[in-house]
Design a protein around this ligand. Structure first.
Ligand code: GAL
Length: 643
C-alpha cells in the first residue's frame, strides 16, 4: 500500500511548490492527486487554455519522485461556461435551479454540458496522458455530492423519456408494469411522462424507482464518456473515481465495472456526526468514529472494484469543516485509520489535504500542514504510518468468512417505499455488518450474483428484488444463509410478487409472508437477549421458530442451513442470529471488547481499538504482536503474524 496526498498547486504561490514536494516525499508520500477543481485556471476564457502553470507543477512533483493522479475538472464548470448555457444547472426536487458559486452545479443529462466535459477531458488527456509522472486519472469528483444525482431539469425529463422507451419498448408495457390503471395514471405515449417530483401526493413508487435507476445510469454514462476519452489518449494509466460514505444514489457496482480502481473518501468523524448514529455512539466515538464506518466502506468498495482494486483517495487528517460538530481525532487515529485501510487491502491511502487553505469554503478543514506551513498533527501520524507499512510488509490474502449481499437497487426500493420511518436497506447492511464484525469475522460486501464459493456464511440483510442468479447460487450454497426481512418482497418494477414474499427465495426457504408491519418506537417484542423492532414479517412456514419473543412472536425461523430474520436486522436481534449461524458454519468467532475490531489476512492479524480507553486483546489471538502491545490504549492497534 502506498500513501498519497491531495494537493492544489493553484492555491499556493509557485515558489512554495518545490518545498512542498520535497516535504511530501520526505513524509513517505508516493502519489499526489491534483487538478480536479482547476478548470478556471486551465481555461480562464472559452477556448483559451493556460497549461503553463500545470506543466510546471507536474514537473516539480515529478522531479521530487512523486507520481501523479490527475483529476478531470468537470465537478466545477467555471462561470464563463455556465453563462454560455444557463440551462445546464441541475434542478432540485422543488423545481429550483442550482446556482453558480460552489461546485457540482451541472445536470448529468445536459447534452451541451456533456460536450463541454468531453472537450476539457480530451484537452487534459492530450496534454498529460502520456506524461511519465501521470499514473492514474480521477474522473470528476464525488459524483452526487451535495445531493446532485437527481436532477429535475428539462434535459433530465427528455433523457428520462428516452430511457423509459428503451427499457419498456411500448407505453402499454410501461402502464402494465407500473400499474398505472390505479388512479387513472395511464399514459398514451412516452412523451406524456413527467419526472416524479411536483405531484400532489406521492407519485407511483414504480415511477420513482425508474427515475432512481435512470438517474444512476446518467451518472454511469457521464463517467463512461470520460473513461473512453482517457483510455484512448492515456495508455496504460489506471482510472478511478472517488466515492463517498453512506451514499447510495447511484449504483457503485455499475461504476466499478468500468473503472480500474474504486476509491473512496473517508471522513469517519464527519460521518459519525452526520449520519444515523445514536447520541451515545456519537458521544463515545466523537474523536474516533464508529468502529465500523471506515471498515464497512472499505469492504463495500472492495466489492465494487474490478478485481477488488480499491483505495482511500481522501483520508480525514484532522477536524473537517462540514459536519454539525467538527472535533479533532484522538492522537493516533490518523495512523490507525491508515493501517486499517491496509488491513482491508487498500492499494492507496491519500490524505485530504496537504495544507489547510486559509481562504474560501474549506478554510476550517485541517490538512497535514497548517495554513502557515508548519506540521499539523496529521503529518507526524502519516509519517508513522509510512514506517508501519514498511515494517508490516506483505499482508498476504484476505481470509474469507462471511459475505454480505447488498445492492443499490435494494436501497432505492426502501428509499422509495420505506413503509416505516427511516427503514433503509443500506443501514440494514451496515447493522448486519456490525454484528458480524463484533464477532471478529472478516466480511466481504458483494453484489447479488458475485461468487459465493469459500464463504461459511451469506447474509441478505434486506434484498427486496432478488435476481434469479442469486436464487440458483443459494440453492447450491453449502454454508449458512440468513435472509433478512422484506427480501424477495418485490418484483423488478416494485409490485408484490404473485406468490407473495419471499418470492423466489421460497425455493430455498419454504415460507410465505402473510403480513408485514412496521413498528413505531415503543411497539417492540422483547425476548431473551433480543428485541424485535421497527419491522415484523409474519410467516406461514413449516420451519422451526428458533427465536421467539416473550409474547410468542417468532423473531427467527430456521430450516436446514437457512434462517429468516423477521424483525429489522439491527442490534441484539441480528447479533444473536449471526452468532448462531456463524457457529453452525464452523467459523471461529470471538467476543471482542466494545469498540475493538479485527481483520485477518493469510499473513497478518490486525487488531484496532476504537474505544477511548485501554483494553486487552482477547486470548483467541495468540502470541506477541510484532507492532503494538497486547493491551491497547485509546486509538491504538496491534499487528500479529497470523498462525
Ligand atoms: C470531499 C471532497 C473534497 C473536499 C472534502 C472535504 O467530499 O471530495 O473536495 O471537499 O470532502 O472534507
Amino acid at each position: 500500500m502506498q500513501l498519497g496526498v491531495c494537493y492544489y498547486p493553484e492555491h499556493w504561490p509557485e515558489d512554495m511548490w518545490r518545498d512542498d514536494a520535497r516535504r511530501m516525499a520526505e513524509a513517505g508520500i508516493a502519489r499526489v492527486r491534483i487538478g480536479e477543481f482547476a478548470w478556471s485556471r486551465i481555461e480562464p476564457e472559452q477556448g483559451i487554455h493556460d497549461w503553463s502553470w500545470l506543466d510546471r507543477a507536474i514537473d516539480v512533483l515529478h522531479e521530487a519522485g512523486l507520481k501523479i493522479i490527475l483529476g478531470t475538472p468537470t465537478a466545477t464548470p467555471p462561470k464563463w461556461l455556465c453563462d454560455t448555457m444557463p440551462d445546464m444547472f441541475a434542478v432540485d426536487a422543488d423545481g429550483r435551479p442550482r446556482g453558480f458559486g460552489s461546485r457540482r452545479h451541472y445536470c448529468f443529462s445536459h447534452l451541451g454540458y456533456r460536450a463541454e466535459a468531453a472537450r476539457i477531458t480530451c484537452a487534459m488527456a492530450d496534454r498529460y496522458g502520456e506524461h511519465p509522472a501521470v499514473v492514474m486519472w480521477q474522473t470528476d469528483n464525488e459524483y452526487g455530492c451535495h445531493h446532485t444525482v437527481h436532477s429535475f431539469s428539462d434535459s433530465a425529463r427528455t433523457a428520462f423519456r428516452h430511457w423509459l422507451a428503451n427499457r419498456y419498448g411500448s407505453v402499454a408495457a410501461l402502464n402494465t408494469a407500473w400499474g398505472n390503471v390505479f388512479w387513472s395514471m395511464e399514459y398514451r405515449s412516452f412523451d406524456e411522462i413527467e419526472l416524479p417530483n411536483l405531484t400532489v401526493t406521492e407519485a407511483n413508487p414504480a415511477h420513482w424507482l425508474a427515475f432512481r435507476r435512470f438517474s444512476s445510469d446518467q451518472v454511469i454514462s457521464f463517467d463512461k464518456m470520460q473513461i473512453d476519452i482517457l483510455r484512448e489518449r492515456s495508455h496504460g494509466r489506471d482510472i478511478m473515481h472517488n466515492a463517498m460514505g453512506f451514499f447510495p444514489d447511484y449504483d457503485h457496482h455499475d461504476l466499478g465495472k468500468q473503472l480500474d480502481v474504486v476509491m473512496w473518501d473517508s471522513y469517519p468523524l464527519g460521518f459519525l456526526e452526520m449520519f444515523k448514529f445514536s447520541d451515545a455512539e456519537k458521544h463515545e466515538y466523537a474523536r474516533q468514529g464508529h468502529p465500523d464506518i471506515a471498515a464497512f466502506h472499505h469492504d463495500l468498495y472492495r466489492g465494487c472494484g474490478k478485481d477488488g482494486r480499491w483505495g482511500v483517495i481522501e483520508q480525514q487528517p484532522g477536524p473537517v469543516n462540514w459536519a454539525r460538530h467538527n472535533p479533532a481525532p484522538l492522537p493516533g487515529m490518523v495512523r490507525l485509520w491508515t493501517l486499517e485501510a491496509m488491513a482491508h487491502g487498500a492499494e492507496l491511502v491519500s490524505y485530504f489535504r496537504w495544507r489547510q487553505a486559509p481562504f474560501a469554503q474549506e478554510q476550517m478543514h485541517a490538512g497535514l500542514l497548517r495554513p502557515d506551513s508548519e506540521a499539523a498533527p496529521g503529518l507526524g501520524e502519516a509519517k508513522q504510518a509510512s514506517a508501519d507499512i514498511s515494517a508490516i510488509g506483505d499482508i498476504g490474502t484476505p481470509v474469507k468468512e462471511a459475505a454480505l449481499v447488498f445492492s443499490y437497487d435494494a436501497e432505492w426500493v426502501t428509499a422509495t417505499q420505506p413503509q416505516g420511518e427511516g427503514l433503509s436497506a443500506l443501514w440494514a447492511a451496515f447493522h448486519s455488518y456490525t454484528a458480524l464484525r463484533k464477532l471478529g469475522l472478516n466480511v466481504d460486501i458483494v453484489p447479488p450474483g458475485a461468487p459465493l464459493a469459500g464463504y461459511g456464511l451469506v447474509v441478505l440483510p434486506c434484498l427486496p428484488v432478488v435476481p434469479e442468479c442469486l436464487v440458483s447460487q443459494l440453492k447450491d450454497f453449502p454454508g449458512q444463509i440468513i435472509i433478512g426481512p422484506r427480501s424477495g418482497s418485490k418484483t423488478e418494477d416494485l409490485s408484490i410478487p404473485p406468490q407473495l414474499a419471499p418470492g423466489t427465495l421460497a425455493q430455498i426457504f419454504p415460507a410465505k409472508v402473510m403480513r408485514s408491519e412496521s413498528l413505531r418506537p415503543g411497539t417492540e417484542h422483547p425476548g431473551d437477549g433480543f428485541t424485535i423492532r421497527h419491522w415484523l414479517d409474519h410467516l406461514e412456514t413449516p420451519a422451526e421458530a428458533e427465536l421467539v419473543s416473550d409474547d410468542g412472536t417468532a423473531a427467527c425461523w430456521k430450516q436446514g442451513n437457512v434462517r429468516y430474520c423477521t424483525g429489522w436486522p439491527e442490534g441484539a436481534l441480528i447479533e444473536n442470529i449471526v452468532a448462531r449461524a456463524a457457529d453452525d458454519a464452523g467459523l471461529a468467532t470471538m467476543a471482542l471488547p466494545e469498540g475493538m475490531r479485527v481483520r485477518k489476512t493469510s499473513a497478518r492479524t490486525f487488531v484496532f481499538n476504537y474505544l477511548a480507553a485501554q483494553q486487552d486483546i482477547p486470548s483467541e489471538i495468540r502470541g506477541a504482536p510484532t507492532i503494538g502491545e497486547r493491551c491497547l490504549g485509546p486509538a491504538a492497534f496491534a499487528v500479529f503474524n497470523t498462525d
